[in-house]
Write a protein that binds this ligand. Structure first.
Ligand SMILES: [Zn+2]
Length: 466
């Protein structure tokens, strides 16, 4: 606070003194000639994605996720005033011009994490979480009216990466896990590894899920690892589109101005909180189940279970129900912000490969991979239709079983199409699904994971009788 020579009070931020909020923030708009004056105060909105190059060599290495969680909580506590919201892999910060992101993320960088940053610097009057999109869109379409306002107000968008400091010359051996530091030789039985100090520290946090490598492995079970994911860019897009549709439906006056001034951040925070609640609810359902586990206790996005058709069906149906309960109007196709990925494999399959599958982009509502058998993506509607019209119908079971056999033998999608249409009268639901544009392979793949064992058991019974 300053007292001016005339006795009035003003607030100072760096060298800039202001008397009114308007003077500080500047106009509220980014186009036209009204309400577009330059403000005296600028700030930055910084979106940060926490990434890592680590490859999980052993199960213990997924402790890195625990480490990430701890670091997020740590900086969320330390930078309370700057953090708008944070998830396990995404942080939005509101920063003054002179605050250094490298300093804020130093603990992450020290542990080999990479930070991908999208930063918007603008007048306070227009700074919001979608100004970056607005600006990029204006640049792309060469919208001179808007660009003129943005430029005269000193708006800037940056994209950058923060990487750990790596010495100019890195002498081999290099760490098997992070590949960013020198590794120290470790010998366990016949296995030789090179692990750096930092990665060893993470490994030493403890075995996250002891039974996995002992009891489960001895049983030689098939396992299904799964991971939920939330795509923040898709959340922004969906909120913006949903708001636009809402405005259009009501024929508001000045619809364009309303759309223009939409600030989705508060809604995005709500969305994130609902997502966390949904995951808690998801796990509540499995409290009594022995065969499904959360490998990292406080990290709700990741799970693993002993694969069985019954259990995978419960997992998927639980997800559908909760999604509909928490996000009744949300996009649930390739535009969905939330996805569930499942990977069914032999228990010996390397953890890093499961993770690699989970990190793939272009996710849909449900993404399933059955190692060496299939990989499919489903929207929620497709999934529900297939479950109701094909999987849950006893009458179609033998037909689907035969189609699976045929597909495995001939490896021909066209033959399956023909078979489906030739049996149109007998199995109209299957034909109906295919006519709606659902590829038969999607029906058969889901049938495999939901019904397979039951079918085999039936065959066992038939064989034992003959
Ligand atoms: Zn390392």
């Amino acid at each position: 606070m300053f007292t001016e020579p005339d006795g009035s009070e003003s607030i100072g931020y760096k060298e800039e003194k202001i008397k009114t909020i308007k003077e500080a923030e500047g106009g509220k708009r980014t186009i036209g000639t009204n309400d577009v004056e330059k403000g005296k105060w600028q700030a930055r909105l910084v979106k940060c994605w926490v990434k890592f190059p680590h490859s999980f060599v052993r199960l213990d290495d997924i402790n890195l996720l625990l480490k990430r969680e701890k670091l997020v909580n740590c900086i969320a506590g330390y930078y309370k005033n700057e953090i708008i919201f944070a998830t396990s892999d995404f942080i939005t910060l509101f920063l003054q011009l002179n605050q250094n992101v490298n300093e804020i993320f130093k603990p992450f960088l020290d542990h080999g994490f990479h930070i991908e940053i999208e930063e918007t610097l603008a007048d306070l009057g227009i700074l919001n979480s979608i100004l970056d999109r607005k600006t990029l869109k204006a640049r792309k379409s060469n919208d001179q009216d808007r660009l003129k306002v943005l430029n005269t107000r000193g708006t800037k968008i940056y994209k950058r990466y923060l990487l750990p400091e790596i010495p100019d010359k890195l002498n081999p051996p290099i760490c098997d896990i992070c590949q960013q530091n020198m590794g120290v030789e470790q010998i366990k039985g016949t296995v030789r590894e090179w692990i750096c100090e930092k990665c060893q520290e993470v490994r030493d946090i403890g075995e996250p899920f002891r039974e996995y490598g002992t009891v489960w492995e001895e049983e030689g079970v098939k396992v299904c690892w799964f991971k939920f994911s939330l795509d923040q860019s898709k959340v922004e897009t969906w909120l913006q589109n949903a708001f636009g549709e809402y405005i259009d439906n009501y024929n508001f006056k000045h619809a364009d101005i309303l759309k223009e001034e939409f600030r989705p951040l508060a809604l995005q925070i709500d969305f994130n909180n609902d997502y966390k609640e949904m995951l808690k609810d998801f796990w509540n359902k499995f409290k009594e189940y022995q065969d499904i586990k959360k490998p990292i206790v406080n990290y709700d996005e990741l799970g693993v279970f002993k694969y069985s058709p019954e259990l995978i069906k419960i997992v998927i149906e639980n997800y559908i129900n909760l999604f509909e309960q928490y996000f009744p109007d949300c996009a649930s196709d390739e535009k969905t912000p939330i996805g569930l990925s499942l990977n069914i494999t032999n228990i010996k399959y390397p953890i890093r490969e499961h993770w690699r599958f989970f990190e793939k982009d272009k996710k849909n509502f449900l993404n399933i991979r059955y190692h060496k058998i299939f990989e499919e993506k489903y929207s929620k509607d497709e999934l529900k239709d297939i479950i109701v019209m094909a999987i849950n119908k006893e009458v179609t079971s033998t037909f689907l079983h035969n189609l699976v056999q045929l597909e495995e033998k001939l490896k021909s999608n066209i033959r399956i199409f023909i078979e489906v249409f030739e049996n149109k009268r007998k199995y109209p639901e299957i034909c109906e699904l295919v006519s709606r544009g659902i590829n038969p392979s999607k029906i058969l793949s889901l049938y495999r994971v939901f019904r397979e064992r039951q079918e085999y058991e039936q065959y066992e019974v038939i064989r034992s009788k003959t």
